[in-house]
Ligand binder design. Structure first.
Ligand SMILES: Nc1ncnc2c1ncn2[C@@H]1O[C@H](COP(=O)(O)OP(=O)(O)O)[C@@H](O)[C@H]1O
Ligand SMILES: [Mg+2]
Length: 224
């Protein structure tokens, strides 16, 4: 049976910039089924990151509904929203966002510490995840001692720490050369084949080609 894991209904996000208003999203309705792999494509400033941040409950819409796994997020407190995010959603950003003072291993372990996973279990899982992304040898290095592609693979391992059912990626290969970018997308594709629902924001057609479906956005509106 197909089930909808992400549903947006008439979502608007309006930023107030002094006296003027920016309609970053202007009435977006979309849904994503479990196991889907969606690429959101659009030019710079079209609202892609805003859309992904709303799907990921990092922000709330000005109008409209964001429903994750059947739960209308408007009904959740900030604490409940944080828990939903922690337990359901993995994020990958263009800038990796690793903690520079921690090793790769410690970066992957961190979300499990926040979740209260026992030390032995989280150490085992951190090792497994780092070997999944091909970084067993490098796991005790800090981000500065890793290439961009390696750092992004650490970020993927970290995103998977709490076994998310949804993986959200904002320009995940934006800072990478073609070859490392392809390696990153192959890992993301593999995760999708194993059942993770993936939404990836990109302006690169080569990245969108990994997706099962492409959604286009222009000026905060989805277009066909
Ligand atoms: N925090 C913010 N405050 C004001 N305007 C914002 C903010 N975030 C984004 N915007 C504006 O909203 C629009 C969409 O931005 P964004 O979602 O980042 O686009 P994209 O990711 O497609 O480049 C842009 O015009 C941007 O300047
Ligand atoms: Mg963006």
């Amino acid at each position: 049976m197909k089930s909808i894991v992400i549903e947006l209904q008439n979502v608007r996000k309006i930023y107030e910039a002094g006296v003027s208003k920016v309609y970053a999203l202007n009435g977006v309705t979309m849904s994503v089924e479990r196991g889907d792999f969606v690429a959101i494509m659009g030019p710079s400033g079209s609202g892609k990151s805003t859309l992904l941040n709303l799907i990921g409950c990092l922000d709330r819409p000005t109008e409209g509904r964001v429903i994750i796994n059947g739960v209308d997020t408007a009904n959740l407190s900030d604490k409940q929203l944080t828990e939903l995010r922690r337990d359901t959603i993995g994020f990958i950003f263009q800038q990796y966002n690793l903690i520079p003072t921690l090793t790769a291993f410690e970066n992957v372990e961190l979300p499990m510490i926040f979740r209260g996973v026992a030390k032995s279990e989280r150490e085992k899982r951190a090792k497994e995840l780092l070997s999944l992304v091909g970084l067993e040898e490098e796991m005790h290095r800090r981000p500065m001692e890793l290439s961009g592609g390696q750092q992004q693979r650490v970020a993927i391992a970290r995103a998977l720490a709490n076994e998310p059912s949804i993986l959200l990626c904002d320009e995940p290969t934006g800072n990478l050369d073609t070859r490392s970018g392809k390696a990153v997308m192959e890992i993301i594709s593999k995760l999708n084949r194993e059942g993770v629902t993936v939404v990836v924001v990109t302006h690169d057609p080569a990245i969108a080609a990994f997706a099962k479906r492409v959604v286009r956005i222009v000026d905060g509106v989805l277009v066909d």
